[in-house]
Design a binder for this molecule. Structure first.
Ligand code: FAD
Length: 115
């Protein structure tokens, strides 16, 4: 998995999305007001410090149009999926089916192949 070399933009992106989607998948089902505030602030900070300036700036702009939805796990995982799909769209990649986000990032497929 690790070459021992610094990450390029694609590797950084892949690792970052794995972190973001996993974080969303394990977010509280119903978040307290404190947790909501913490997560909203985290997402703005994340976009501002992301170590690919153009990527972070564009994500910030996307978040201005569609701010983080952090009340519940379900809202947050869908919001994250849509954010990622906006980047996918910009890069000419396929759209991900957001109804599959829990299977992809929390439970794994029903056939148990990820166990
Ligand atoms: C916030 C952010 C902004 C970025 N902006 C740019 C940019 O401006 N320019 C640039 O070149 N790169 C950008 N990247 C990197 C880019 O999004 C990809 O991570 C990179 O190109 C590698 O793509 P990949 O095809 O390996 O899969 P990735 O897009 O990294 O996806 C990894 C895995 O996530 C799953 N997945 C895909 N879409 C979704 C979704 N919508 N919801 C849930 N799961 C999904 C799939 O299983 C996929 O294999 C950004 C990354 C981040 C985290």
């Amino acid at each position: 998995m690790h070459s021992g070399c610094p990450l390029n933009r694609r590797e950084l992106g892949r690792a970052s999305w794995a972190f973001l989607h996993t974080m969303a998948a394990f977010y509280p089902e119903e978040a307290t007001p404190e947790k909501q505030k913490e997560m909203e602030e985290f997402m703005w900070t994340f976009a501002s410090v992301y170590p690919c300036g153009y990527c972070g700036d564009t994500t910030w702009q996307e978040m201005m149009r569609h701010p983080p939805q952090v009340k519940t796990r379900s809202e947050f995982t869908q919001w994250m999926c849509e954010l990622h799909n906006e980047v996918n769209d910009r890069l000419g990649k396929e759209q991900f089916d957001c109804s599959k986000v829990e299977e992809r990032w929390r439970t794994g497929p029903p056939d148990g192949s990820c166990k």
